[in-house]
Design a protein around this ligand. Sequence first.
Ligand code: W6P
Length: 393
Amino acid sequence: GNISKMLDFYSQFNPSPLSIKQFIDFGLSACERKSFIFLRKELPVRLANIMKEIHLLPDNLLKMPSVGIVNNLYATSFEDIMQFEKVEVNETTLDKFCQTLIKIRNRHQDIVETMSHGVLELKESHDVDAQTEHNIQYFLDRFLMSRISIRMLINQHTLLFGTEFNGHSRHVGSIDPSCDIISVVKDAYDKARLLCDQYYLASPELLVKQHNEFERCSEIRIVYVPSHLFHMLFELFKNSMRAIMEHYDNSDSDYPPIEVIVSRGKEDICVKMSDRGGGIPRSQMDHLFKYMYSTAPRPTQTDAHTVPLAGYGYGLPVSRLYARYFHGDLVLQSCDGYGTDAIVYLKALSNEANELLPIFNKTSSKFYRTAVSNTDWSSQCGGGMNTRQLRMS
Ligand code: W6P
């Protein structure tokens, strides 16, 4: 019908990535009308790009009820924005547009759970081969990144021009032009500690240090979205706390502290979080970022003593997407038997912090059809080793 024509049309355009600096400049100078004109094209482009990709999912997964629900929600939101395609721009239009964006944001609130439910449905009803798992990993990274980016656009518009606007705050929409990293670290620690105390009746201490290479002793500040940083650090703290609490005997009251170092160099700001929670073997490392692995029924789930503080849900992979969204990264390194370091890398300069967006084109669609090769390296290390990882990393 008409919607599939419009989808074809808008999916031909590449999304336009914005830098944090552009978000800031736009927020400080632009009027609501300009933002409206930009979004009524950019939002359908981003929606259409990822909707086209949903259709390339393995047939088995496409048939899952949850995936059908997700697909319909996207179609509805796409149609909602199509209403503004050729309207006259006046006060009423702008107000209606804001309301529509808020409606879309609420509609898509729980879509990550719905999608992960679809993946579970697939796992329970079919044997998932390596190829399918590979495609699902590729898709979910792109789908969830697209979602992060669309929510960023919606939040900026509604926070700047809607009733949510707060003129007294230094924030520009969801961006803090002077985000104090260490206070976000402490905030995330406090919130994770609350959960840890609740489950384990104790919690490890926090030690924070900073190193500012250029302005010694001054706080390390960054132009960033504090809620994104909080999301990543909260997730990492929960994982470290769980590892520490599970690694030591309940009778030990001296848990080794979690150490965080925040550093600022020319290009990067790094937040390194180190725990002495016993570490994880290398063979488990890649699994921590796998959606299919994380949705596996956990062995500890029925064990009343290990109420999961951190459940290895989509927490880590999604946190890494938040980091990558503005061209940062999140990496884990572990010494098996000792402890784990997690490093969050952020771009120090806001003009280098560009959105990283999935683009739907021939290359991306080819990916879903290309077989994963495991014939170019020997594989003699037993069941745990997956040669595909070598090729991919
Ligand atoms: C662990 C496992 C893990 C995952 C993510 C962050 C920290 C940690 N520590 O033992």
